[in-house]
Design a protein around this ligand. Structure first.
Ligand code: RNT
Ligand code: ZN
Length: 426
């Protein structure tokens, strides 16, 4: 299918009309776009190679994670992954971050144990990030490893196993600090562990106390928050940990508040009808900052590509309406191996930005006024009316302004990249 794309003039005219239309509601579209241009999304490197990494990609994915599909062209090494990321960033308006995992270390073919990883193993990533203006966020990889084979890491009953993963997490915080120092923007280092039981445990308490103790050891050394911010990510269940997950929401919420660190909310890590949008205003009453793993669960934590769903819009509205932009770190977390992986990044990231734009285009003062004065009829009517306003024209103009393809035309670039690059990877 050859799509006809709108001309620049058509985009500009549509924007001028949209701007006037929003002005009737006292919404300043230029201001919304200025704010949007400042927002950085952290793109998860692991969408590019189905969470394999470079350590032993043949070994298979552990931790109860699953990337299904066999679309050709996944990145097989760091050069390919960076090339794919470059392509993705070039199709997303704005300047964005990279979310790296420890298994993406480049050790020059030498086996380096995870507890011995150092900043030098990420030198190429730092150089690339500096050249391209990306901040980096980081994650210890506490899965896909023989010492995670039992399903337990930081909460293992085996002290040796616990210590290995404690050392790994400490090493990762230092690498995060290095990223922050080198790139001039703090790295959020996020700990997620798979620990849990497939079947009903007898003792739910002890693993949690062990995890608490491990985290205390990991965080014992203070690191300047200008360089590294610590975060912990909760989960409800995983494959192989259906009955009990040590690092539950309540556990980490408590831990984060007690220790003044960040909490990571992954949209796929709750009961299927439970949403993270409603949690932000509660959590941020007690925590300074949170990290989001924006994902999409379909019936379970399936990590589908993020679409412009009602929940994504609700999440964006909570961030904007609450004035939380500088306290919420927005990252993506999904892995779909059944479609073009570069497009998967682009589609998800563009959707997050679109949701934020729609939230930025709300006549917030008016809506608040209606709520405070108890005029819930007008509140409902106005909220519904807003859905039909031309936010798409504002979005198109933003893409034009930022020098990235407008609308569906980004898929032309994806197709060309697939022909020139991805299809050659056999
Ligand atoms: C797993 C967590 C975690 C991972 C990444 C790869 O359920 O969501 O964030 O997806 O660390
Ligand atoms: Zn996650």
């Amino acid at each position: 299918m050859m799509a006809n794309h709108p001309t620049d003039k058509q985009i500009q005219d549509a924007y001028a009309t949209a701007k006037e239309r929003y002005a009737t509601l006292d919404v300043d579209t230029d201001q919304a776009l200025n704010t949007l241009a400042q927002i950085s999304i952290s793109l998860h490197c692991w969408q590019g190679d189905d969470v394999r990494g470079f350590e032993s990609p043949e070994a298979g994915l552990g931790g109860g994670l699953a990337a299904t599909g066999n679309y050709p062209g996944k990145a097989r090494n760091a050069e390919e992954l960076r090339r794919d990321l470059d392509k993705a960033y070039s199709l997303i308006p704005g300047r964005h971050r990279l979310n790296l995992h420890a298994i993406y270390a480049e050790t020059g073919g030498r086996k380096v144990e995870r507890n011995e990883l150092r900043p030098e193993h990420f030198a190429n990533w730092v150089d690339w990030a500096r050249e391209n203006g990306h901040g980096i966020d980081f994650n210890p990889t506490c899965f896909s490893h023989p010492l995670a084979g039992s399903g337990f890491t930081l909460a293992s009953y085996d002290e040796g196993i616990r210590n290995f993963w404690i050392e790994h997490c400490i090493a990762c915080r230092k690498i995060g600090e290095h990223f922050g120092r080198e790139l001039g923007t703090p790295c959020v280092t996020n700990i997620w562990i798979p620990d849990g039981f497939k079947d009903i445990p007898v003792d739910r308490k002890t693993p949690r106390l062990l995890l608490k103790d491990s985290l205390d050891k990991i965080l014992a050394e203070k690191i300047d928050p200008r360089y590294n911010l610590d975060s912990v990510e909760s989960k409800l269940f995983g494959i192989g940990s259906e009955s009990y997950v040590v690092g539950s929401y309540e556990f980490y919420l408590g831990y984060a508040i007690a220790n003044h660190i960040l909490l990571c909310l992954d949209s796929g890590h709750f009961h299927p009808t439970e949403v993270i949008s409603d949690k932000l205003s509660s959590i941020l009453a007690f925590l300074d900052e949170v990290l989001l793993h924006v994902s999409r669960g379909v019936r379970w934590d399936s990590d589908h590509v993020v679409i412009l769903s009602d929940e994504l819009q609700a999440l964006a509205q909570e961030i904007i309406r609450g004035g939380f932009l500088d306290r919420v770190h927005i990252g993506l977390d999904y892995f779909d191996a059944s479609i073009n992986r570069v497009a998967a990044w682009v589609i998800g990231a563009r959707n997050v930005l679109r949701a934020l734009l729609m939230a930025l285009l709300e006549p917030l003062d008016q809506l608040r006024e209606l709520e405070v004065t108890g005029d819930y009829t007008r509140r409902l009517a106005l909220l519904e009316e807003l859905k039909g306003l031309p936010s798409g024209a504002v979005w198109d103009y933003f893409c034009l302004q930022q020098g990235v393809p407008v609308g569906f035309s980004f898929m032309d670039e994806i197709r060309a990249y697939e022909e020139q690059e991805l299809s050659k990877r056999i």
